[in-house]
Design a binder for this molecule. Structure first.
Ligand code: GSH
Length: 236
């Protein structure tokens, strides 16, 4: 059995969509990143970096006899792919291609869109050159994905963890203030993956963010205020 420590964010969905695609049994441990659960000592033992997602796989023991913990979403996805033999080919060339597009998300799409979110949505001051820098770089990276998807149904051979990783971020492009309509192949791929039952199920973990926001009438300002506090490590 696997414990998944997560929140309703793109990095969290990368883990839950992967687990859903693999049909693995897992227990959701919701971490409230707006109130600082991720900085509590108990969680820091699982992820010393104090970020979600992380898993503890109780089927494999660490050197102390506890369940094996994995943090960093990309490492977590690779671990699960290796554990199950799913969503990543076994041959050296195919495996390398998946890892390349996974690293593209980890080192490019994630950080650039993440900073676009910070400067476009959450930061109290509007620093236009910073907004432009991160939005333009995100758009440039979308162009790279679009080019790859013009020639290929998925990013690296068959549907893989590389698609899941990039998709979980690309789908929130509007939150980063970056349009994807000019990238028709990217739109096709975004919509295609969005119809997969496992993708739909994974987005409901730990809860459906859009429905929660509507139900709680949590307006954008409150959400942004929570994110601002989180940025300075001051969630209540
Ligand atoms: N490189 C990390 C990034 C994880 C990350 O930044 N997670 C965010 C949510 S998407 C988080 O935990 N934020 C809490 C905080 O900033 O304190 C990964 O891919 O797992």
């Amino acid at each position: 059995m696997i414990d998944l420590y997560t929140a309703a964010t793109p990095n969290g969905w990368k883990a839950s969509v992967t687990l859903e695609e693999m049909g693995l049994d897992y227990t959701v441990k919701a971490i409230d990143i707006s109130t600082g659960d991720q900085r509590k000592p108990k969680f820091l033992k699982i992820n010393p970096n104090g970020r979600i997602p992380a898993i503890v796989d109780h089927d494999l023991k660490d050197e102390n006899g506890d369940g094996f913990a994995v943090f960093e979403s990309g490492a977590l996805m690779l671990y699960l792919a290796e554990k199950t033999g799913m969503l990543m080919p076994g041959d050296v060339r195919g495996r390398s291609k998946v890892i390349q597009w996974l690293m593209f998300q980890m080192g490019g799409i994630g950080p650039m869109m993440g900073q676009a979110n910070v400067f476009y949505r959450y930061f109290p001051e509007k620093i236009q050159p910073a907004i432009d820098r991160y939005q333009n770089e995100s758009a440039r990276l979308f162009g790279v994905l679009d080019g790859q998807l013009a020639e290929n149904e998925y990013l690296a051979g068959d549907y893989s963890i590389a698609d899941i990783a990039n998709w979980c971020w690309v789908r929130i492009h509007a939150w980063s203030g970056v349009d994807i309509e000019p990238f028709e192949n990217l739109v096709r791929w975004r919509d295609q993956i969005g119809e997969r039952p496992a993708a739909i199920a994974g987005l409901n973990v730990p809860y459906n963010l859009e429905e929660r926001m509507k139900a709680q009438a949590e307006n954008e300002e409150e959400f942004k205020e929570k994110a601002r506090k989180m940025l300075v490590g001051k969630g209540d």
